[in-house]
Design a binder for this molecule. Structure first.
Ligand SMILES: *Cc1c(COP(=O)(O)O)cnc(C)c1O
Length: 377
């Protein structure tokens, strides 16, 4: 369980068996569609390499990331896997992608002009996924004019560009109200028709994120981009309620008591001395803090010690925090910040609810100072 390379008493556990099980379930639901797994941001904080390996082993077809840097890192470790960059890449770097067989997202007519010049010189070809902005308002082709201009560029430079994909991203596929989703879908199909002159048999249309792919299997075209579900988290409470797929949460966060002491009434804890013991109390010190991503807003939230809930009291420091214990425990006793402990459980969703954010953000903000330990059975 302990990392040989780490002496820390704080670590995150990533259950690769859970990740593989989640992958197998989405694969069962889509036996014949291309499944891109979203492993950007260090696989949502779970670890690029072990997660990608687990997903590829259990049915993922391709890896999807946000940047060329992430793609290059994955290419070094996965020489064969298709890798897609879903964000914008500077066209000056197109040759790196071509050489490493990394597929890029593009949508600006100028981008194609600039990239084509470089590729033509070097006699290279790059695989492109054209992004349509059907209502997310982030990146992609919005208007018919932009679409015509891109089609013209691609047609002019057929030796430089291969259109491997056409895709869009939904803004509201995780909510009950489906009117905006439907509007995006309609808009996407309208745009898609325009691209038939540059579509080939190799061109995959992929539109669904986890929410859309779990809810609307009939709407998915050739492929899906599966992110949060791979990690065993539901994109929203709405999706969790109606989900046909049971997911297994993969991430947990653990530490050990570094110190235990008795506080007398009137004594204080941490910066600002804002916490005052009202009676005799047992206080434990846990070696994790906001420098690990366990942010100060988590003051007042609970952790688990021997199946008991213990409140975080006083200000959370950069490297340590204090908890009020029901009784004294020995130094070294396990403290669970996320996960199961003695029959009790704190879910990633509980942390997200306390912070009034979404579950996606929680494993992402646990910094690299916290070693990831991989469980394989
Ligand atoms: C991150 C991302 C996904 C995955 O979304 P989930 O909600 O995690 O499934 C899909 N498509 C794009 C463009 C993304 O950036």
């Amino acid at each position: 369980m302990e990392l040989a390379t780490s002496f820390r008493q704080t670590w995150a556990e990533v259950d690769l068996t859970a990740i593989k099980e989640n992958m197998k379930r989405i694969r069962q639901r889509y036996p014949n569609k291309k499944i891109y797994v979203a492993v950007k941001a260090n696989a949502y904080g779970h670890g690029y390499i072990p997660v990608s390996e687990a997903a590829l082993e259990t049915g993922a077809d391709a890896l999807a990331v946000a940047s060329l840097d992430e793609a290059v890192l994955l290419r070094e470790n996965f020489p064969q896997a298709p890798i897609l960059v879903m964000g914008w890449t500077d066209p000056r770097h197109v040759s790196i992608a071509a050489k490493s067989e990394i597929e890029l997202t593009a949508f600006q007519p100028d981008w194609f002009t600039q990239a084509a010049e470089i590729l033509k010189d070097k006699r290279e070809k790059v695989k492109i996924h054209i992004k349509i902005d059907s209502g997310m308002g982030r990146i992609g082709i919005k208007t018919k004019e932009e679409a015509y201009a891109v089609i013209e560029e691609v047609a002019n430079f057929s030796s430089e560009f291969e259109i491997s994909g056409i895709f869009t991203h939904f803004a509201t596929a995780d909510s009950f109200d489906l009117s905006y989703y439907q509007q995006q879908l309609d808009h996407f199909y309208e745009m898609l028709e325009m691209f038939s002159p540059i579509r080939t048999l190799e061109t995959q249309v992929h539109i669904g994120n986890t929410a859309a792919s779990m809810r609307f299997p009939d709407d998915m075209v050739d492929g899906i981009r599966f992110g949060i579900g791979l990690y065993g988290l539901y994109p929203s409470k709405e999706v969790e309620k109606i989900s046909a797929i049971q997911l297994n949460e993969a991430f947990s966060l653990q530490s050990r008591l570094a110190h235990v002491k008795e506080l007398k009434p009137g004594e204080h804890i941490s910066y600002g001395a804002t916490y005052e013991a009202e009676q005799q109390e047992w206080i434990g010190t846990v070696p994790i803090g906001y420098g690990d991503g366990w942010i100060r807003k988590l003051q007042g939230f609970e952790v688990l010690v021997e199946g008991e809930r213990a409140e975080i009291v006083g200000k959370i420091c950069m490297d340590q925090l204090m908890i009020r214990l029901p009784k004294p425990y020995p130094v070294g006793t396990k403290v669970t910040l996320i996960g199961e402990n003695g029959g009790q459980r704190i879910r990633v969703d509980d942390v997200a609810d306390y912070l009034e954010t979404i579950n996606y953000e929680i494993p992402c903000i646990i910094t690299n100072r916290v070693p990831r330990v991989y469980l394989t059975s």
